[in-house]
Design a protein around this ligand. Sequence first.
Ligand code: ASP
Ligand code: MG
Length: 425
Amino acid sequence: MIVYKFGGASVKNAEAFRNVLHILTTVPTTEKILVVVSAMGKTTNALEKVFGQAFRQEDYSHALQEMRHYHQEIAQELFPATDHPAYASLQNQFTYLEDALQTVQPHDFDRQYDQIISVGELLSSLLLHHYLGSRGFQNQWLDCREYLRTDATWREGRLDWDWTEQQIQQHLPAVLQESPIITQGFIGRTAQGATTTLGREGSDFSAAIFAYCLQAESLTIWKDVPGLLNADPKLFRDTIRYEEIAYQEAIEMAYYGASVIHPKTVQPLAQRCIPLYVKSFLHPDQPGTVIWNCQHDRIAPSFILKQHQCLLSFHTKDFGFISEQHLSSIFQALSKHRLKINLMQNSAISFSTCVDADEARVEALKAELAQEFVILYNQPLHLFTIKNYDQASLEKLTSGKEILLEQRSRQTFQFVCRPTQDFPH
Ligand code: ASP
Ligand code: MG
């Protein structure tokens, strides 16, 4: 069996839905297939906006109306019959959404976020299910929350692999025997029944979870780029496509922030040697990139940019050396406030780390450590990584930039700098 994942751009309008149908009809009917879909277009951002307004007790009706209108317009193009059951499905989701928004409380942001933002994937998967069915492509809609169990780490639910694998293996092979499955990315559920999300852009990871648990032959992620490139073409000029790449290389790129695949996606696939194809939904016959268990020589340098970074440095108050105890309290506070270290460096009397500039979390961290350290910080900054760098690529990227921190190993060069205007790089 195979797993396909369609991202937001591949279901952003009615024409994109038709294209998904086209791609799915090229799969031999003997092949069992599970399809994971993200929320349509920029729906997750739109939901974040609506929820943010509701949370701040502001008027969210306009933003909600816009989102509803967007879905409704696409539905009208896909389902000319006004009594098509797709409309009832859509209405159910919006009724849920409205009720949930009306009862939003001004505390407990992360938990309520998950209950609301998850609607995007339910909407897109329902529309796709109905649309494919209406065009004679038999399929079954599946609520993935019945299979993906996570803990209650809101907005970044941690998967209970054992439970999930058992549940999927026990039930899904028989379902797949009957017809293709259409399900959601990005969402799961706790044992107590609350919805969770797996982190922004987490649908790739969901697809990898299904592929792993079903021991799929392959996973294909359909994107609006021709494959895995050595840089994001929106940010860098003259990008190239890798034809094939080893799991480890892809894991490292994702770790450093390459946005083409969610960082947690590759590891489960690598564990079971399941190849990951990254392909363009606009040119489905083109080869794209395959990430698998291959050997290759040093590959062309890849360039990765993380924006909205904050550089924090912690200095002892008495000019004493940074000790293991100091590091321990810094790391504990980072973990407690869920700030991920993107880069770190230690010197005699200070410790510096670059984290995502999440204002609320950074403030909480500073408050917690203010007693023990003098804390300096700088933002917004850019964190660049060049994997497999050479002298030429290094010089080209650093030239003209004000660098605050740099670090290099044999393969990887990273630096933090002030944002510059010269996009693309
Ligand atoms: N819809 C979610 C997001 O935009 C998940 C995903 O697209 O992978 O973050
Ligand atoms: Mg998305």
